[in-house]
Design a protein around this ligand. Structure first.
Ligand SMILES: [Fe+2]
Ligand SMILES: [Fe+2]
Length: 323
């Protein structure tokens, strides 16, 4: 169990990667003084990473949890995101650890995007972390399983978005094995698929009971709103996923009522990933279903929503990745 220290947050030494960089935050350890936990400065900010690594290696096993001050959170977040390439390429870091870190970074970035979707900096970070996720998934096929296991069952728009990207990537790779050229753009669309909900009134998003017709009409605007928000910044595949993830194979979806092969393979896959994650997550008006219950619901109550072949592949994908 990780130690705690009020006003400080625990960090993972796996993040301290690289050579020609310095850390931008102080690192503390926790010591007991007169029966009370106290922070003790271990390594000051602006120390070269190679020196940090030397200190940590020399004291391995004696330090306990490493901490930073809570207010250094932003600096640490940016530092972590800049380390992801190195982390994914590092053969000494276990896949489960890499997956955890990539997932956490993606969730944090998404949280910032949902706070401020027009920020170019946030979008650039989203693109970067999405590419990191694609690199991880392509470099190791165990990572999909690790990433799937990280999904929480509690609903937050941003963790839902990361989960949809994970399910979407997994299914895409299964169906289109080897055709990975557009994977980054597709994953970007998945991760931002609900970005239009930043314009949906919060009382509707958080309403604990079923939505009335008017409220539902409001929520149904989010694909077009997301498209409008992002149209100048994202590649066409990503925009297509944002605009069309609520279309249905039988033409009864929205916003355009597209059907069959008028829908792109990207939109078809994203819609399966989206519905499945929504069903297996606790939401204000419904408890999470177990995976097999969700599949049953999709099969029996949502006939015609999904392209059959892709839906069957998705069941196969889940079966192959269940632990
Ligand atoms: Fe949506
Ligand atoms: Fe969604």
């Amino acid at each position: 169990m990780a130690q705690q220290l009020p006003g400080y947050m625990a960090i993972d030494e796996h993040y301290i990667l690289g050579k020609d960089r310095s850390i931008r935050f102080d690192i503390f350890i926790r010591q007991e003084m007169n029966g009370r936990p106290k922070p003790v400065l271990l390594i000051g900010k602006d120390t070269q990473i190679s020196s940090v690594q030397t200190i940590l290696a020399a004291k391995k096993g004696q330090l306990g949890t490493l901490f930073i001050k809570k207010e250094a959170d932003r600096d640490f977040q940016q530092f972590m995101e800049d380390s992801l390439n190195l982390l994914i390429a590092d053969p000494t870091v276990p896949v489960a650890k890499k997956s955890q870190i990539v997932y956490d970074c993606a969730k944090n970035v998404l949280q910032d995007v949902f706070d401020d979707p027009r920020s170019g900096g946030n979008l650039q970070r989203t693109q970067q972390v999405t590419n990191n996720m694609v690199d991880l998934v392509l470099s190791n096929n165990q990572s999909i399983l690790s990433l799937l296991n990280l999904g929480t069952h509690d609903y937050y728009t941003f963790s839902h978005c990361v989960n949809v990207a994970v399910f979407g990537l997994g299914l895409w790779i299964m169906i289109h094995e080897g055709n990975n050229a557009e994977l980054g753009d597709f994953a970007l669309g998945c991760i931002l698929h609900d970005v239009g909900k930043t314009l949906t009134p919060e009382q509707i998003l958080k309403k604990p009971s079923r939505l009335d017709e008017e409220e539902f009409a409001e929520i149904k605007k989010h694909p077009l709103q997301g498209y409008a928000l992002m149209k100048d910044y994202l590649p066409p595949i990503a925009l297509d996923v944002i605009m069309h993830h609520h279309e249905r194979y039988n033409g009864q979806g929205y916003p355009h009522g597209l059907s069959g092969d008028d829908l792109s393979p990207h939109a078809k896959i994203a819609s399966i990933a989206d519905v499945y994650d929504a069903l297996t997550t606790n939401r204000p008006y419904g408890a999470a279903r177990l995976p097999f219950e969700a599949i049953l619901t999709m099969k029996k109550e949502m006939t015609g929503h999904f392209e059959q072949d892709k839906f069957l592949e998705f069941i196969r994908f889940l079966g192959g990745n269940s632990s």
